[in-house]
Design a protein around this ligand. Sequence first.
Ligand SMILES: Nc1ncnc2c1ncn2[C@@H]1O[C@H](COP(=O)(O)OP(=O)(O)OP(=O)(O)O)[C@@H](O)[C@H]1O
Length: 357
Amino acid sequence: MQPGKGLLMIQFDKAHKRFPNGTTAVHDLTLDLPEGGVTVLVGSSGCGKTTTLRMINRMVEPTSGSIRVGGKDVLEQDAAELRRSIGYVIQQAGLFPHRTVLDNIATVPLLLGWGRRKARARAVELLETVGLAADAGKRYPHQLSGGQQQRVGVARALAADPPVLLMDEPFGAVDPVVRTQLQDELLRLQRELNKTIVFVTHDIDEAVRLGDRIAVFRTGGHLVQCASPAELLARPADAFVADFLGAERGLKLLSLTTLEEVAQGPAPEGARWQLTLDAGRRPLAWRDSESKGEAEIPVRPLRDSDSLLSALNESIAAPSGLVARVDADGVLTGVTSREDIHARAGQVHSAASTVAA
Ligand SMILES: Nc1ncnc2c1ncn2[C@@H]1O[C@H](COP(=O)(O)OP(=O)(O)OP(=O)(O)O)[C@@H](O)[C@H]1O
């Protein structure tokens, strides 16, 4: 079977891994991953995520059961060839320290016999794809920041345009701001490339943000639930999954929905808190009309593409209880009340529960 639209790219069939010291890392895992999309493996430390990932490119071989990639059992494929055909990104990028960034990115194309010129041209193109300046190519990994090194790691994994990308906590070692940037970049790249990505993380927020599907594991290598983020958050399979998702899982669900469908209206006349605008009708602040000192509280205007969670947050923070809505140019389009945001949040919850049920 060749991979194609709607087909299964990776299939675990009762894949089991017991290490020689007796540790069972993965327990009879049966899981099908369709072509395209991001599947995130989550779970507490030691629950078998990395072992599961490494069985896909045969860095770890199953004790029993099978893993198929593109319909072919990995054990029937040449291990080196298989690894070259699957992108692999790890924490702290795992770059070769004595090779320049360009040479790092060109590694797999060179191994595949592309020839130096073609491999380097591809590396130059990829530098731009992952958002790095061309002059970064001549540097050595230690001359780049952690976030830049991760970008190089992603570029290297994409170099030979593999259909499958394995990512093992790729953004685990960078600060939260850079992490968000890298996540945004990955989402942008994925919209363009639509690879089949298997992504390991400890961070449930990262999983919700990136995943089309989330697979939750528990200790002993047991898969507990694999579902879309919305389904997982609305209907966790059991108390273990609910605990893992945390007390704010209801709020996390709101991060998956945008503000677009929530009604907006004109800012009320004569209310205590007045929205001040600049000459271009862009919101500046909430002004307290009852205060002699003209007290002002900053406003954070939201666009239709912002999440319902951001809207809830802003409606709580705004003294007026109103969210200022703007268009793509930042110009005021209207305001939305805390009550309307709450009502929409309730609908999102019931819809997610009903669909999942
Ligand atoms: N080569 C090995 N030999 C023996 N035991 C191993 C080996 N590799 C992993 N293990 C054990 O298998 C279990 C699963 O490990 P694995 O690294 O897959 O978990 P993980 O979920 O990725 O953990 P973490 O989130 O901490 O990276 C752990 O108990 C680990 O100690």
